[in-house]
Write a protein that binds this ligand. Structure first.
Ligand code: 5RP
Length: 218
C-alpha cells in the first residue's frame, strides 16, 4: 500500500520536470520509484546531479550520466523524499543517511519538490528520530553536548555515510520551533549536518494518499 503511494507521489513529481531542466535527485525508496520513471522524460533533462552513491548507481543503471554539483551549477529542480513534513513544509530527512548531500542540493535548487506518502505528514516534527551526521573525531564531544540539551542521541549501528562520517539518531524530540532547533544544533562543532530542513523547507509537497496525490505549497 505504502509502496503504491510512494510510486504515485514520484509519478506526480515528473510533471515538474520541464524541458532543459538541471535536476537534482534525492535518495530513498520514494526517489527510487522516480529514478525508474526518469527515462520516460530523458529528453527534458539537461543535467542530473545525485545526492548519494546509491542514487548515482541507480541513475547510471537507467542510462544517465551523472554530473557533480560543481559541474552543474545551480539546480532548476530538486526532487526528494522525507521522513516527516509539517504543514509549513519543514522536513526531517536523513533516514537513509544521505542528509548532508541532500541539504546541499536542496540549498542549490531554485525549486524543491518533496514526495511523500500521507504517513509522513505530521502536526509536529520529532516523532521520527532526528538524524545528525557527525565527524568521527567529534563523536564523544557531540554526544556530551546533545545530552546536555536533554536529548536522547543513539548511534546508527554500523552505518558510515558517503562522506565517511557517522549518524546519530536523536529520539523523542518535540520540535516546536524547527528553525530555532536547526540553528541551535548547527552551532555544535563536529556536527556536519542536522537532518532538519527548516531554514530551507520544500517549496512543494506532493502527498500521496488513498484518494490520489495532493499538493501543498507554502
Ligand atoms: C534519505 C532521506 C529520504 O528522503 C527519507 O529517508 C525518506 O525515505 P523513503 O522515501 O525511503 O521513505 O532523507 O537520507
Amino acid at each position: 500500500m505504502s509502496s503504491e503511494k510512494k510510486r504515485n507521489a514520484a509519478r506526480a513529481s515528473i510533471d515538474f520536470i520541464e524541458p532543459g531542466t538541471t535536476l537534482g535527485v534525492g535518495t530513498g525508496s520514494t526517489v527510487n520509484f522516480l529514478i525508474d520513471m526518469l527515462p520516460e522524460v530523458k529528453d527534458r533533462i539537461d543535467t542530473v546531479v545525485s545526492s548519494s552513491k546509491a542514487s548515482t548507481d541507480k541513475l547510471v543503471e537507467q542510462g544517465f550520466e551523472v554530473s557533480t554539483l560543481n559541474e552543474a551549477g545551480d539546480l532548476d529542480l530538486y526532487i526528494d523524499g522525507a521522513d516527516e513534513s509539517n504543514k509549513r513544509l519543514q522536513l526531517v530527512k536523513g533516514g537513509g543517511g544521505a542528509l548532508t548531500r541532500e541539504k546541499v542540493l536542496a540549498g542549490a535548487a531554485r525549486r524543491f519538490v518533496c514526495i511523500v506518502d500521507d504517513s509522513k505528514l505530521v502536526g509536529m516534527l520529532g516523532s521520527f528520530p532526528l538524524p545528525i551526521e557527525v565527524l568521527p573525531m567529534a563523536q564523544a564531544f557531540v554526544v556530551r553536548k546533545l545530552l546536555k540539551l536533554r536529548t536522547q542521541p543513539v548511534w546508527r549501528e554500523g552505518f558510515v555515510t558517503d562522506n565517511g562520517n557517522h549518524i546519530l539518531d536523536v529520539h523523542d524530540l518535540t520540535i516546536s520551533n524547527p528553525v530555532e532547533m536547526e540553528n541551535r544544533l548547527n552551532q555544535i562543532p563536529g556536527i556536519v549536518t542536522v537532518g532538519l530542513f527548516a531554514q530551507r523547507p520544500a517549496d512543494v509537497l506532493l502527498i500521496a494518499g488513498d484518494d490520489g496525490v495532493r499538493e501543498m505549497r507554502v
